[in-house]
Design a protein around this ligand. Structure first.
Ligand SMILES: CC(C)(COP(=O)(O)OP(=O)(O)OC[C@H]1O[C@@H](n2cnc3c(N)ncnc32)[C@H](O)[C@@H]1OP(=O)(O)O)[C@@H](O)C(=O)NCCC(=O)NCCS
Length: 152
């Protein structure tokens, strides 16, 4: 919750986290992963698994640990999970002003497909980004660059 609160203008509540994590077992349509350093939680990320598409629900890294590859490693782990679950694509929304996160997604081959106007707090626009072809070898190579090995 500490990381969440400093990461977003409208952080998820503890209840949202609990409901999301519950669905991992009750509906098997969510996946969550935590990044730890020793016993310290430094980041986390999650997926909503739809029919063919894996939707990134959240990805955040503790400010003190940013820019060390944790976010990329988390995204690579999500990518590997999405492949394992037979998904064809990944998608997400990102605030237009969040250029840092957009660079991260672009480095995984995400492309902007459109804009959702006033998506955040009924004020800020969101870019809708997609990464198609995640079952292909080129995506496996991106994951491997971040230390996540998958079958090609
Ligand atoms: C987005 C976020 C998860 C990135 O985590 P991170 O651990 O800092 O990311 P990484 O160190 O793995 O960065 C990987 C690459 O992404 C890009 N990137 C990440 N943050 C960036 C920034 N602020 N500015 C420019 N590029 C950035 C860079 O290309 C970077 O590679 P480099 O370090 O070799 O230059 C983190 O900034 C965060 O928690 N932000 C707040 C929550 C948020 O906005 N989440 C995304 C919601 S859509």
């Amino acid at each position: 919750m500490e990381i969440e609160r400093v990461s977003y203008p409208r952080p998820w509540s503890e209840n949202v986290f609990r409901a999301e994590i519950d669905r991992v077992t009750t509906h098997a349509d969510r996946y969550y992963v935590a990044a730890t350093l020793g016993r310290r939680l430094v980041g986390y990320a999650g997926l909503l698994l739809a029919v063919d598409d894996a939707h990134v629900t959240n990805i955040a890294v503790s400010p003190a640990y940013r820019h060390h590859g944790v976010g990329a490693r988390l995204l690579a782990d999500l990518g590997a999970q999405a492949r394992r679950r037979g998904m064809a694509s990944m998608t997400l929304e990102v605030r237009v002003s969040n250029v840092g996160a957009q660079r991260l997604y672009e480095s995984f081959g995400f492309e902007t497909a459109g804009i959702r106007q006033k998506y955040y707090e009924n004020v800020d626009d969101a870019l809708v980004m997609w990464r198609y072809g995640i079952a292909e070898a080129d995506f496996a190579a991106v994951l491997a660059r971040h230390g996540v090995e998958v079958d090609r």
